[in-house]
Write a protein that binds this ligand. Structure first.
Ligand SMILES: Cc1ncc(COP(=O)(O)O)c(C=O)c1O
Length: 447
């Protein structure tokens, strides 16, 4: 039987945007912004909205619609929106100054917390975005090894810099993973510098690495690739390979850092890389990222080494920004105070299991809910998913239709992508979500 649940709840708009209607704001967006959007995706006209404000696990659009939010700012808002502890920390800091381009207490407090929590982090440098952090981690690796090539995994996302935008959205039409630029405008010569391997295939990765070992500076990966967990032994196998050939192993922990555990995937899976990239949660929703890792690699940017071989230039106006650091410190401390990691894992398990139960009632469209900790992803296929190509086997059209219906019913998700749960999602949020998913499943999957 179809579940009965009301569609979106209405609230009064409270932000400044209330002076203009949503339609007027969307039309402004269309005239100022390419495609009328901020990112690489766009909702169909009936689902487009402008956010008025966020509070806890919910966001509200300027027409007054409420959404349970599983995008959480694309990951940073682990304590939900406008958490009072984070707001207070940012308010306190902004009165003291927003940016100094000099050492300051909040960034040192953050550095202390990261180096205490993250196993590889003997030294740390701050930057503003994840794409910048991965770009620099690769530069540190090339400087350290004196080699140029890097290896990444098909379907892995390491930000939007030119090296990383290779085979993230690979078509899978070639016989073998090979570097396909994800964007126009990427220098052709970079295709020769990036090797692509299939995620979770240690035998194939070993053969690529051993063939190119004397040219390879780094192996970079998301330890949980998008939503796919590493098979037992895969991370340790990469660790051993990197050690054997003197290659720098880089974990891109933008998503997993301070999310699977305070020490990220390297704590959760117990395999420690040489360098790690962090972002999202460590800035509490403000722009902040970091490259951290072994002292002998990171010390390459010590100004005392300027002019000597191996010196790495790393700079940025906002590097070490105190406002973002204050938000990050408040977020990390509050997560520890509320035992947030246990909560994230419990909520993730409850939601994944609940959705799977609903999907099982529609055997005409076999589906699986994949993920770990507070991450979840739905694939419409019964085939096991362990890498990018097996992930492409899911029915993407059906998935998109299914996801759009969630949004239509007041749940904000990354359509076709992976979703995040925060530590402030309530049990009631989960129950309400499941009731909506039940309704959506009846509508979309009955066919
Ligand atoms: C695994 C991973 N690496 C890098 C990035 C890039 O981070 P940013 O968007 O801050 O540049 C992202 C962003 O979602 C990510 O998920």
């Amino acid at each position: 039987m179809e579940a009965t649940i009301e569609s979106k709840t209405k609230h009064d708009a409270i932000g400044k945007a209330k002076t203009l209607t949503e339609e007027e704001l969307l039309s402004q967006a269309a005239s100022f912004l390419p495609g009328g959007v901020l990112h690489a995706w766009k909702f169909p006209p009936d689902l487009q909205f402008v956010v008025d404000y966020g509070k806890g696990s919910r966001i509200y659009d300027v027409s007054g619609n409420e959404y349970i939010d599983y995008v959480i700012g694309s990951g940073p808002m682990i304590l939900g929106h406008a958490h009072p502890v984070v707001v207070a920390a940012v308010q306190k800091q902004i009165e003291l100054g927003a940016s100094f381009y000099q050492l300051n207490s909040p960034i040192l407090q953050l550095a202390e917390r990261i180096t205490k929590s993250v196993p590889c982090a003997e030294r740390i440098r701050f930057s503003s975005t994840g794409g910048e952090a991965t770009f620099y981690a690769l530069r540190f690796s090339r400087a350290y090894t004196g080699r140029d090539k890097i290896l990444k995994f098909e379907g892995g996302f390491q930000g939007a810099n030119d090296y990383a935008m290779m085979s993230f959205s690979a078509s899978g039409r070639t016989d073998f993973p090979y570097p396909e630029p994800d964007s126009y405008g990427i220098p052709r010569c970079l295709q020769d510098e990036v090797l692509i391997a299939p995620f979770n295939d240690l035998a194939m990765t070993t053969s690529i690495v051993s063939e190119h070992a004397d040219q390879l500076a780094a192996i970079i990966l998301e330890p949980v690739q998008r939503y796919i967990e590493p098979k037992p032994g895969f991370l340790q196998g990469l660790r051993d390979l990197a050690t054997k050939y003197g290659i720098v192993l880089i974990y891109d922990e933008l998503v997993t850092g301070f999310r699977l555990a305070p020490g990220g995937a390297q704590e959760y899976y117990g395999v420690v890389p040489d360098l790690a990239c962090l972002g999202k949660i460590i800035g509490g929703g403000l722009p902040l990222s970091a490259i951290c890792g072994k002292k002998q690699i990171m010390d390459a940017c010590d100004p005392a080494r300027r002019g000597t071989p191996g010196y790495v230039v790393h700079m940025g106006t906002l590097n070490g920004n105190p406002l973002a650091a204050a938000a990050g410190v408040a977020t990390i401390d509050e997560m520890n105070r509320i035992n947030g990691y246990a909560r994230l894992h419990k909520l993730g398990k409850d939601l994944r299991e609940g959705i799977q139960k609903i999907l099982n009632r529609h055997p005409n469209h076999p589906a699986q809910v994949i993920g770990v900790g507070p991450l979840f992803y739905i694939a419409f296929t019964a085939q096991p998913i362990f890498d990018h190509r097996s992930g492409l086997k899911g029915d993407a059209k059906l998935r998109r239709e299914f996801d759009m219906e969630w949004v239509r019913n007041g749940i904000f998700i990354n359509v076709g992508g992976r979703h995040y749960i925060s530590a402030v999602h309530t049990d009631e949020d989960i129950q309400r979500t499941l009731a909506i998913v039940e309704k959506v499943a009846w509508k979309v999957l009955r066919k």
